[in-house]
Design a protein around this ligand. Structure first.
Ligand SMILES: N[C@@H](CCC(=O)N[C@@H](CS)C(=O)NCC(=O)O)C(=O)O
Length: 270
């Protein structure tokens, strides 16, 4: 049985949960592996916002009792636990996109008005689709190494170049200023930079993302990489202790990390 959300049926008042989510003084704990993985944008948003947050690791995700898995809402991570300032209430949010949108709305990373917010969400959706495509056609594909390699080639020679070609036109239309929308970092920028970082892990990306082919995306990456709060986050012990993938050996655990208490982390973990 997975953990479920408390009832929201007609006669149930959910205003207390909403108040926790809306409170600017709430704190957070993020349940995820000791990897960058798909939590990069979430951790970047928390850093940009100057939020107070704790990293939670599963106690033993692969354990056959599955207690970490079933303590989450969909048997996957990340889960963001939002704690009221006094710590008496906690609200769990599942799914990357939902977490990112919640935090981005709260910390003004979606745009200045409904028009800009719609644009940001569209760019985010387009970029997320390309990432999700990789997860389903390569990472989660149950197939031989050869078939997986063919899928990677298809991804890197067709799908990624297509994304770059189209997104570069939008970035040019906004003046190649390092942002999809307006003049400040938005979730669209964070999502794109995270995907560029992933793509650059492939040796074949060297010719794919260059100042000639992708000036707009590289500018976005440069703006994010040089943001003082992002630099501060990347200099932290926690960031340095994260592995690019779970295939690599674990690194010594940074101070301040807590473990999933497997009971909703109402106090921010054990
Ligand atoms: N749809 C979910 C996918 C989450 C997901 O696949 N998480 C992976 C880690 S990147 C996970 O928990 N894997 C462990 C497992 O499936 O047992 C989201 O976007 O948050």
């Amino acid at each position: 049985m997975v953990a479920t959300y408390p009832s929201t049926s007609n006669n149930v008042d959910t205003s207390a949960q909403a108040a926790v989510l809306d409170d600017k003084d709430s704190t957070y704990s993020l349940l995820y592996f000791d990897t960058v993985g798909i939590a990069g944008p979430i951790r970047n948003i928390l850093s940009l916002a100057g939020a107070q947050w704790t990293q939670l690791y599963p106690q033993d995700w692969e354990n056959e009792d599955k207690l970490d898995k079933t303590s989450t809402l969909f048997e996957v991570m990340p889960v963001l636990y939002v704690h009221s300032k006094d710590g008496s209430q906690t609200v769990a949010i599942a799914e990357c996109k939902s977490i990112e949108l919640y935090l981005s709305e709260k910390y003004n990373l979606l745009g200045r008005n409904s028009y800009e917010k719609t644009l940001v969400r569209s760019f985010v959706s387009s970029t997320s689709s390309l990432w999700d495509d990789f997860i389903s056609t390569v990472v989660n594909l149950k197939a031989s190494a050869e078939v997986k390699q063919d899928q990677i080639v298809e991804y890197m020679t067709k799908k990624v170049p297509n994304w770059i070609r189209i997104h570069e036109q939008h970035l040019k239309a906004n003046g190649l200023n390092g942002h999809y929308v307006g003049d400040t970092i938005s979730l669209a920028d964070l999502r794109a930079a995270a995907l560029v970082d992933k793509i650059l892990l492939f040796p074949s990306a060297a010719n794919l993302i260059t100042p000639e082919t992708a000036p707009g995306l590289l500018k976005i990456k440069q703006v994010i990489d040089s943001d003082p709060k992002i630099i501060q986050w990347r200099e932290s012990e926690l960031f340095k202790s994260l592995r690019p993938t779970r295939a690599l050996p674990q690194l010594p655990r940074a101070p301040g990390i807590k473990l999933n208490d497997r009971q909703g982390n109402k106090t921010g973990g054990v």
